[in-house]
Design a protein around this ligand. Structure first.
Ligand SMILES: [Zn+2]
Ligand SMILES: [Zn+2]
Ligand SMILES: [Zn+2]
Length: 750
């Protein structure tokens, strides 16, 4: 050696999603590449590295950790500090130690990676056509974890001891499958079974081939996925799609589809670069995109189609064995029930729906639906936070005590805050379904157990609605309790995503239903304030009446009666061009006029229903938000139209001139598309005018109404960068729990 190399020591601490994603073997390989000595292990707050080497090599090593981490990892921070040189001879991976406070994050489930796919279709590979192939870069995580630390005995793979060949890979630090907990092969691991007409057919790929053939023939096949069963059928076979709708009791709600590959996806929907990136991302969500082909019965009256790409090896095999290129892939359940995820439950609930079952032998630890997302001008936006996203941290809150926020009753999801990290659960569903309520309770117990949080130490946050099932359950838990008003939680969810606690903003929360401070049904609220200082109700939609209570949310005509009751000189709406069903409309109008069984409301969701009714949607809705989506769908087909008058007087957004104009325009014969467009423009103007009355510069919009992308685009054009909306959690009630947690963290003195 010509000169003595200077060797220094450095201690690196990596935080983020760094466990269960092949991070330690990655660091091991990098260390060898750069000639670094020392060790790596899972520490208290992520991955810890002791590195010794020449300063230049150490810098390059640290840079590489940040710039080219494994595909599933997300490096939040890399902290570096000098360390004493201990003259290690090589580099080693040290065993993970069980920590007192587990702040290590659980990775979401991952789609099969390119390297595994190559092996899957390589006849020479020992995992050729093996449907459970995976490695540290891919495969199940959250859906198989039974407890922490994330090791094989704590997963649903515990019943499948590894064969010698798999064990050798598992123990070799240089191997892609080093410590890949679900590693398996056809010799030692689970396989799939097809059950059709009572005759079980074992034998892996033969079962998958048979399922693909059944799908080609128009059958409905229940296929076990990562977080539950899907019901699959040929999306281009209208008889199969119709049969699925009838058997599933799903009248009109759109079905999601899965395309064999990106090229096939492009034939059915318009995908810009951003949508394509989202579609192929490791999240693999259902992406909402404009449809290019009208598929009979798949997404009726909807300009968008929810589309995804295969993400499990089994799905890839189905396509390779000739399944139709575009499959309906809908959560296996009846109507709005939660997705079936155990085999017994699937058989019981889907017996009358599926012609055959493709059953994977690996158990699913918890139900996780597919996520739904959309690429927008503002970047990707999550509409349903579930597989591929949950249970990762969605925000960091300035709090050390644990908080449990239980969300709202519709589109429920919960958030557990541990050491300031807000872990949002997968989508749970509507809690009026018993099975969803059970899932809600199980998810709370599950996340608390996983992060070793004791119930009695929790601050439990719930909606202000005294009769919500989530509220009643929250109040039955030990610990302290805090109620947070629904619409304030919506606004806070946006600010929590950005970690903005003190900035004064105008918060616009528009949705269908939320319990107001005065006990009435709110849903068109404008606030002023900050998360820390609280939000003052500054303006709202003019109060209307909701005749007949809950049913008004299902019958747009009934909601319309409560709004139109305030319009003078109304024509007979049971006559053309309106043709409201006479009995329901007149009955509701009567209730509204006499103030019998009516409830005051400021719901913008019901205002959309009213407009839908006036434009011809006079039947019952079959899923939440359907009428509003229909109005947006109409407006999209129109050129931009001049806004209807929607004045703001004395902090009230007055819908009367708009509704009167719509009635008059309809009588005059103006097209429904143009009217819908003018309504959207008027509402956007009203929001801007209302906001202009208050001082804060920043405008925050949240609530289910802001899933309307046309309304958002109109606001974007008027407000630009001043407008903040949700991206990480849904704008609908799926994002409520994050907002609840944020308000609790900042105001409850925890
Ligand atoms: Zn892989
Ligand atoms: Zn094996
Ligand atoms: Zn809401």
């Amino acid at each position: 050696m010509l000169r003595e190399a200077i060797v220094v020591g450095r201690r690196l601490q990596i935080r983020g999603v760094v466990q269960g994603v092949g991070f330690r073997p990655f660091v091991y390989r990098l260390a060898r590449e750069y000639g670094i000595r020392g060790w790596v292990c899972n520490g208290e707050r992520g991955v810890e590295i002791h590195a010794e080497g020449e300063p230049g090599a150490l810098d390059a090593f640290a840079r590489a950790i940040e710039t080219r981490p494994p595909p599933a990892a997300r490096v939040a921070t890399v902290q570096s500090a000098p360390a004493t040189v201990e003259n290690f001879a090589g580099f080693e991976i040290r065993a993970s130690e069980k920590q007192d406070v587990p702040t290590v994050r659980i990775s979401p489930d991952l789609p099969v990676c390119a390297a595994c796919l190559r092996e899957l279709f390589d006849p020479a590979d020992r995992r050729f056509e093996y449907p459970y192939i995976n490695c540290t870069d891919c495969g199940p995580r959250y859906s198989i974890i039974l407890g922490l630390p994330y090791d094989r005995p704590n997963t649903t793979m515990r019943d499948w001891p590894m064969c010698e060949a798999c064990a050798a890979e598992y123990h070799d630090p240089a191997n892609r499958r080093f410590h890949a907990q679900p590693v398996a092969c056809a010799q030692c691991g689970p396989n799939v079974v097809l059950e059709a007409g009572g005759s079980a057919r074992h034998g892996g790929s033969a079962a998958i081939r048979e399922a693909a053939a059944l799908l080609r023939d128009g059958a409905i096949v229940a296929v076990k996925g990562l977080g539950g069963y899907h019901l699959a059928c040929d999306a281009r076979n209208s008889r199969a799609v119709t049969a699925l709708r009838e058997r599933k009791y799903r009248k009109e709600r759109p079905f999601a589809v899965m395309a064999r590959d990106p090229d096939v996806a492009c034939e059915y929907v318009t995908l810009d670069a951003e949508s394509m990136r989202l579609l192929a991302s490791i999240r693999r969500p259902i992406v909402l995109a404009e449809s290019r082909v009208d598929l009979d019965g798949v997404a009726p009256d909807n300009r968008e189609l929810g589309i995804m790409l295969p993400y499990t090896p089994l799905q890839h095999l189905l396509y390779a064995f000739g399944a139709p290129e575009l499959l309906v892939m809908t959560s296996a359940n009846r109507s709005n029930e939660p997705i079936a995820y155990t085999d017994a439950d699937a058989f019981e609930r889907l017996g009358g729906i599926a012609d055959a079952f493709l059953i994977g032998e690996r158990e699913i630890a918890r139900r996780i639906d597919d996520s739904v997302a959309r690429a927008t001008k503002r970047g990707p936006v999550v509409v349903r936070h579930s597989r591929g996203f949950a249970p990762e941290s969605v925000a960091t809150l300035p709090v050390t005590e644990p908080i449990l926020a239980v969300g709202a009753d519709l589109k429920n999801a919960i958030t557990l805050v541990v050491s300031g990290e807000a872990f949002s659960s997968q989508h749970i569903g509507d809690l009026d379904h018993f099975a969803a309520f059970e899932a809600f309770r199980a998810t709370i117990a599950d996340l608390c157990a996983m992060y070793e949080v004791r119930m009695e130490d929790l601050l439990v946050v719930h909606d202000a609605h005294p009769e919500y099932a989530s509220t009643l359950y929250a109040r039955s838990l030990p610990g302290r309790h805090l109620a947070v008003q629904h619409h304030r939680a919506h606004v806070a969810s946006v600010l929590a995503e950005r970690g903005c606690w003190d900035e004064r903003v105008i918060g616009v929360a528009f949705d269908g239903t939320g319990y107001g401070d005065d006990g009435s049904i709110w849903g068109g609220e404008i606030f002023e304030g900050s998360v820390r200082a609280g939000f003052r109700r500054a303006a709202h939609l003019r109060t209307a009446l909701l005749p007949g209570g809950d049913a008004a949310a299902r019958f747009p005509v009934q909601a319309a009666a409560g709004f139109l009751e305030q319009i003078d000189g109304l024509p007979d709406l049971t006559a053309p061009p309106f043709v409201f069903p006479a009995a329901r409309y007149r009955g509701a109008l009567e209730l509204a006029r006499k103030r019998i069984r009516t409830f005051p409301t400021t719901s913008v969701g019901r205002l959309f229903d009213t407009v839908a009714a006036l434009l011809g949607f006079t039947r019952e809705t079959t899923f939440e938000g359907q009428a509003a989506m229909w109005v947006e769908h109409l407006a999209r087909a129109s050129a931009p139209a001049a806004p209807y008058a929607f004045p703001v007087c004395e902090s009230e957004l007055d819908f009367r001139p708009t509704l009167a104009a719509i009635v008059a325009d309809r009588l005059r014969g103006r097209g429904a598309n143009e009217i819908a467009a003018a309504f959207h423009a008027g509402l956007a103007d009203a929001i801007c005018e209302a906001c202009a009355a208050f001082e804060p510069h920043r405008i925050v919009a949240s609530g289910g109404v802001f899933q309307n992308t046309l309304l958002l685009e109109l606001l974007d054009a008027r407000l630009g960068d001043r407008l903040w909306t949700n991206a990480v959690v849904p704008a609908n009630d799926g994002g409520i729990s994050l907002g609840q947690a944020a308000i609790a963290a900042l105001t409850a003195g925890v």
